[in-house]
Ligand binder design. Structure first.
Ligand code: NAD
Ligand code: ZN
Length: 347
């Protein structure tokens, strides 16, 4: 294995190649921990949870709600969780978001750690301490920034990961490539999901590289005052699509990145070839590049977005591949682009 060290002042991020149960036990003792997971992981990996107090939630993004949060708090009280109890979220981004948020507010905050089981969660959702739930059509509208004590990565979980979830993870990987890493963009163009599934070392190198990008930005700007905003590339329109059309997160981000490029063409003069290349790359990783959407519905959600000002919104655009920029864009320009985009063909 090629091991790279990931250094974070907040969180111990480690890769483990031991069996799953063994690696979990090394991190959290049975008496002091409560595990939170979803029904799919509980069913696929029953041995992992033996002996631990475990809260099992149904699968799906709609679990990220205040109602579910209340039920988790009740179950924690029932499990006699106190201020020294350690919460561990084992699952994808849905589970780590809920676990991190509940741990941040339970008795004014208890310690927590994550065991990501999806590619998306490993390269993105588990890192950085932003955890929250949705409210109405607004994604992650209620939340906190509080860092996990540890993130334990183990690619053994990928043995059961459905194809669709591989694609979702690659949407965030492609996001890092567009923002910061042109050589990665080129590498991704040469490979595909089947390749990374086959060569586990190369996959782990890829995951390390993405964790390093996110970790670097989080260290620089934990509170999202400056550079952390860049990570929202593809996510402004993406989140609206995700909430209105119930699209998986990575799929929505894929569409959001294309729209952000279309906007960049108009605002910064981004070369349309760059947009074309991105579309090609996304298709290579089985991500959607076309959707019939209703501009008005999307605009209504954007006008309530966390990043909005009075008549504009902070939008991440590209000047070139690998050169992102934060720009305050008036809503009417975004609306025009969305309108024209519904007719554009990116096949
Ligand atoms: P998810 O957690 O909903 O998991 C997707 C599906 O895969 C679920 O049905 C789950 O049961 C299943 N699954 C998980 N691991 C599996 C495995 N090893 N084998 C088989 N099935 C498995 O989705 P996700 O894509 O991991 O996360 C998406 C969420 O993450 C969104 O809510 C998004 O907002 C959030 N997110 C948060 C951040 C952040 O910084 N906090 C960053 C990116 C995304
Ligand atoms: Zn995302």
């Amino acid at each position: 294995m090629h091991m790279h060290k990931i250094i974070s002042p907040y969180t111990e991020i480690t890769f483990c190649h031991k069996q799953l149960r063994e690696s979990l036990q090394a991190k959290c003792n049975v008496e002091q921990s409560v595990l939170i997971t979803d029904a799919m992981i509980a069913e696929l990996y029953p041995a992992l949870f033996e002996g631990y107090k475990t809260i099992v939630l149904p699968t799906g993004e709609d679990q990220k709600s205040l109602t579910v949060l209340e039920s988790v708090v009740s179950q924690l009280i029932e499990a006699k969780a106190h201020r020294n109890t350690f919460l561990i979220g084992i699952g994808g981004g849905t589970i780590t978001d809920i676990t991190g948020f509940v741990a941040s507010i339970y008795m004014r905050g208890i310690s927590f750690g994550f065991v990501p089981t999806t590619l998306l969660c490993m390269v993105d959702a588990a890192i950085g301490g932003k955890n929250g739930v949705n409210f109405g059509l607004q994604k992650n509208f209620l939340g906190t920034i509080r860092q996990p004590k540890f993130i334990l990565c183990n690619t053994l979980f990928f043995g059961t990961l459905p194809d669709n979830e591989w694609s979702n993870g690659f949407a965030e990987i492609i996001k890092y490539a567009c923002l910061f890493d042109e050589p990665l963009f080129d590498e991704l163009l040469l490979n595909d999901i089947a390749f990374y599934k086959k060569y586990r070392d190369t996959l782990e190198d890829l995951i390390h590289r993405c964790i390093n990008w996110k970790n670097k930005i989080v260290i620089e700007d934990e509170r999202e005052i400056s550079s952390r905003k860049l990570l929202n590339f593809g996510h402004t329109v993406g989140h609206a699509i995700e909430m209105i059309y119930n699209t998986p997160h990575g799929h929505a981000v894929s569409l959001g990145m294309i729209i952000a490029c279309a906007l960049s063409e108009r605002v910064t003069g981004l070369n349309e070839k760059t947009t074309g290349q991105l579309v090609h790359l996304l298709q290579k990783y089985n991500l959607p590049t076309n959707l019939f959407f209703d501009t008005k519905s999307i605009m209504n959600v954007l006008k309530m977005d966390k990043k909005r000002n009075d008549n504009s919104i902070d939008f991440i655009i590209l000047e070139n591949n690998g050169q992102p920029k934060i720009k305050q864009l008036p809503f009417d320009i975004i609306e025009q682009i969305l309108e024209s985009f519904s007719y554009a063909s990116y096949n």
